[in-house]
Ligand binder design. Structure first.
Ligand SMILES: NC(=O)c1ccc[n+]([C@@H]2O[C@H](COP(=O)([O-])OP(=O)(O)OC[C@H]3O[C@@H](n4cnc5c(N)ncnc54)[C@H](OP(=O)(O)O)[C@@H]3O)[C@@H](O)[C@H]2O)c1
Length: 244
């Protein structure tokens, strides 16, 4: 477990895709540590609703579909009536529809590829765009992005997974450019590979994977909440940095 005294002091956080998997683990863990959490949900899963009565003052559930700027803007507008500022934003929402495609010789589903790009890469831009005014008022000004080793061009050994890999590589360059723009304005960035998790990316909970989402959330928060300045790298749960 990370030493919490070496972490950013509790404040306000936004998490996208907070209704299950890693996003739900991050939500639960931040609430337990005294943070106020704006939890963005897409579909209506039961976990968040069940958590709500435990944190009536500090958990705020808002509809946030990252494929829509209107949805992101509406969530940011609703958040303004709940909090005066946002300290960290965790862009976590993501899909993987291409993990079963391992060669260009197989049939490709280009709509799935477009959806992966739309949610995993462009979705983060929509959310940052919408919430930046609240972040500008924040104390920590920390933008965190859940990417994947699958987005590393230099480390890739895959022969397929086109949409997922392209979307995470796209996210990585987007984060690099955001950091070029916003670091001089006081922002700090985290770009992260959370490991192979027992989450729901393939529809049902993947019990073959290595990490429970709660465990993965603890590793992620160690990196997201560390107080030191870290130059932009793609770091994983074990502290390993991936090449771009
Ligand atoms: N699982 C792994 O092993 C692994 C490895 C590396 C990186 N990652 C990354 O980790 C992040 C979290 O994934 P997970 O493993 O926790 O998968 P998950 O259990 O499937 O959770 C994904 C979350 O993203 C949300 N989401 C999907 N489409 C959305 C949309 N249009 N708008 C808003 N939210 C949306 C989902 O909500 P709805 O179901 O309500 O749509 C869900 O809450 C993703 O970025 C993923 O790429 C996962």
């Amino acid at each position: 477990m990370p030493n919490q005294s070496e972490q950013l002091s509790p404040g306000t956080a936004l998490i996208t895709g907070a209704d299950r998997g890693l996003g739900f683990g991050l939500t639960q863990e931040l609430l337990n540590r005294g943070w106020t959490v704006i939890a963005g949900r897409n579909l209506d899963w039961h976990e968040l609703k069940e958590l709500a009565p435990k944190f009536p003052q500090t958990l705020h559930i808002l509809d946030l579909d990252v494929t829509s700027q209107e949805s992101a803007d509406a969530a940011a507008q609703a958040a303004t009536s709940l909090i005066s500022h946002l300290d960290i934003l965790i862009c976590n929402a993501g899909i993987n529809r291409s993990a079963h495609i391992n060669s260009i010789r197989e049939d490709q589903n280009y709509q799935d590829i477009l959806d992966e790009l739309n949610i995993n890469a462009i979705g983060c831009l929509r959310v940052v765009k919408a919430f930046l005014p609240l972040m500008d008022q924040g104390n920590h000004k920390r933008l965190c992005f859940v990417s994947s080793e699958a987005g590393s061009v230099a480390a890739s050994k895959r022969t397929g997974w086109f949409g997922y890999c392209m979307s995470k590589a796209g996210l990585n360059i987007a984060v690099k450019n955001l950091s070029n723009d916003l670091t001089p304005q006081g922002y700090e960035f985290r770009l992260y590979h959370p490991g192979w998790m027992r989450t729901y990316m393939r529809g049902t909970k993947n019990m073959a994977a290595e990490l429970e989402p709660e465990e993965a959330a603890n590793f992620a928060l160690k990196h997201f909440l560390s107080p030191e300045h870290i130059p932009l790298v793609l770091r994983d749960f074990a502290g390993k940095d991936y090449p771009w």
